[in-house]
Structures are given as structure tokens and as C-alpha cells.
Design a protein around this ligand. Sequence first.
Ligand code: FAD
Length: 415
Amino acid sequence: MPIDFTLTPEQRALQLSARTFARRVLPEVGPATRRLATPEARFAATRPFYEEAIREGFLQRLIPAPLGGGGTGLLDLAVVAEEFQAVDVNVSLTLFATLLGLMPLMIGGSPEQVKRFFGPFLARTGAPLAAFGFSEPGGSANFNAPAPAEGVRTTARRDGNSWVIDGAKQWVSSATGWGGKGADLICVVCRTDAAAPPDKAISVIVIEGPADGIVLERALESVGHRAHLTPRFRIENVRVPEGNIIGGPGAGLQLVEGSFTGTAALVGVFGVALMRAAFDFALQFARTEKRGGAVPIIEHQAVGYALADAKTAIEAVRALSWRACAALDAQAPGAFELSLQAKIFGSETAVRVITELMRVVGIDSYDLQLPLAGLLQDALAYPLFDGGNMGVRRRQLHSLLKSPGYDPLTASGAA
Ligand SMILES: Cc1cc2nc3c(=O)[nH]c(=O)nc-3n(C[C@H](O)[C@H](O)[C@H](O)COP(=O)(O)OP(=O)(O)OC[C@H]3O[C@@H](n4cnc5c(N)ncnc54)[C@H](O)[C@@H]3O)c2cc1C
């Protein structure tokens, strides 16, 4: 079969419905949230928009079909992510963070767990939130490091037929939920054995919110994603049934790594979305603004070349990210490498390109009334989150390159 990036008719329909929804509903998120003083208030004000996305089926349609949803793979997510993120990152990230929160169950949940936990997320009603409770105060880049490193500090101990969970988490999207006492479902990464090495000690256990032991310390005031909730919170003596552990004690390392593989490719697409929004604005500006001169500024070669470079970068990142998604969907051997490259290259390219487009537009781009500065603020998260490019993603790529038997041609499917 020839190399072909053509979407299937179903994916194309999904893309167009996501675009229509994003353009109709999501432009209002900014005006509805911007002037609110606290992150909690801004997040709360996104709820009607999130509910509308749920009602329109954008969560249900992205959950894999074998689990009761309509999703056919990561490329579906990529297509929706680009359309949503290009208009508003806040509600969009809440949606994708819910998918991330469900990911350990998608990968390692038993049929009984899927049946027990997935109902609200398939229902197309309300505002169900799931969270992936990985990051901890004090850092999580070394979550899988053996002793004497601390690794994961949140613990779960067996007590009769229950697990009792204690610890602290931060930066976990939506984790404390709409009411501050927990998302509907939190997959908590924790240590179930104090003495064992990470591949036997780390587990993922489901907490169903609201739970009394979820204690919100503060919603973090972030540079971008201003209406998306990333709280710091404590988990105090939260007791859950023993059947809430996913894949059994010690399965956590694989569940975390598996969950964060697909997201890496998606972050590349997030980068495309913000670059695309920035490019659309800068192109329009350059075509129409003379800035006191005789001709629109696009007539100046420096401006035209900068736009040309920006557009090239967008297409390159989209191609790499889609390629990574397609490789993950096909479970191709080079998929992990491609998804890491999409994450690193896509996120850093987004920050660079948006900065360059601000130079094209000039001083007015520094005004938050125009979109570019806000897009840069949002893009700054991409190299840092979903496993920072320094502490996690380049390190993973580095280990891959060092591993015996690594073949540089595997990622290109030409080994
Ligand atoms: C908007 C947003 C949403 C988020 N959503 C979630 C979520 O839903 N769930 C969740 O769990 N987290 C979430 N996060 C946090 C995010 O996933 C972080 O990427 C994660 O906590 C890891 O951070 P880090 O890579 O900076 O690691 P840290 O441990 O904080 O490391 C900090 C720095 O130390 C250095 N470093 C540490 N160890 C090494 C090493 N071994 N080698 C080289 N350098 C090292 C690196 O320079 C690294 O950048 C979110 C963050 C944001 C901004």
C-alpha cells in the first residue's frame, strides 16, 4: 500500500464535526473565564462548555469501540485534538485529561472494572471527569528510579478487603473535580510495596470521587491553560475496595508508561493546533496591516519568509505526529520512538514558531487582547507537561538509542 495520510470518510466526518463544534462553542470559553480571579472560578465557568462537548459525544466517540465507545484509534483523537485545541486549550485539555485518566483502565482494566467504571463516561450526559494522578510535589521525573531514589511517594496499604491510600499529588488535571473533593474517577499512581523494586512496587488504584480524604490545597495559578484545573492536593487515608487496583499490585510501571506513550504523539498535535491558530492570525495580520507603510507587511520579504518557515514547521510537525499516531494504532515497532519525537519536536517547535510569529506581528502581539501572547503562554506547557522534555522524554529517547539492538531504521519502517 502506498504511504497515504488521507483520513477515512469517518475520520474526515469526525474532523468536520469537531471543527464545527469548536468554532461554534469554544470561542466563548475565553470571554466567560478570563476576568475571573481564581483558577477554581475559571475552571467552574468552563463546565457548561465541557457539558456541551460531552452531550455532543466527543468523549464517548473517542473511547475505544471495544470498551463501548466509538473510537477507532489514536488518529481519531489527533483529529479532534487539533480542532479543539486550535480554539481553546482549557475545555479541550479537560476532555483529553479525562481520556488520560481512563487510560490505565483501557490498557489494563479487567472486564469487570470496565463495566463498573466506564458507564458515566459513555453516557453523553453531565460533566464526568477522570484524572491520571501521577505527578507529585517534589517531582516525578524519577518515579521509576530504584532505591535509594524516592520514586513514587504516595502509598497504598492493604487493610482487610481494602486499599488505604495516602500521599500528595499536584498538576493532575481536573483531579479535585468540580466540587473540590475529587474527580469522578482518579487513577492514582502509588507504591504498594515499600521494599520492592519499582517494577514490582508501583501500582495504579482507582479512587472514585467525591471522597472525604481528597483535600485540595490549592489550584495552581499557571502561566497558560488559565481555565484548566491543575490542583495540588492531599490523599488522606482514602479507603477503596481491593478490586480497584488495575492489573494487580506491581503493574503500575507498565500502566504509566503505556498511558504516556499515546499522549506523547498527541502533544505533537497540540503543538500543531496552537501554531495553526497563531499562523492564521499572523497571516491575516500580514495581509491586511501596513503599519504606516505603503504596502501590507506581507510584501516585505522578511515577513513572507518568516511565514513560509512557520507554515513548513506546522506541516512537518503534523506529519510526524500523525505518523506516530498511525504507528501506535498499527502497533508498529518504531511507534514509541516516533511518539517521543512528536512530543519533543512538536512541543518545542510550537514555542519557537509562535514566538517567531509574534515578531512578524510586532508589538501588538504583546497585547493579551490579541491571541498570540496567550497562545505562547499555553504552548509553554507543552515541553514541560506530559513528562517534561528534559527529565522524561529525551531521557526515554536516549535510553532507546542506547539499547542493544536499536536500529535507526525501525522508526521509518525500513529496518
Ligand atoms: C496543564 C498541565 C496539565 C498536567 N496534567 C497532568 C495530569 O493530568 N497528571 C499528572 O500526573 N501530571 C500532569 N501534569 C504534570 C506533567 O505531566 C509533568 O510533565 C510531570 O509532572 C513531570 O514533570 P517534570 O518532567 O518537570 O519532572 P520533575 O520531576 O519535576 O523534574 C524537573 C526537572 O528536573 C530535571 N531532572 C529530573 N530528573 C532528571 C533526570 N533523571 N535526568 C535529567 N534531568 C532530570 C529536568 O530538568 C526536569 O525538567 C500537568 C502539567 C500541566 C502544566
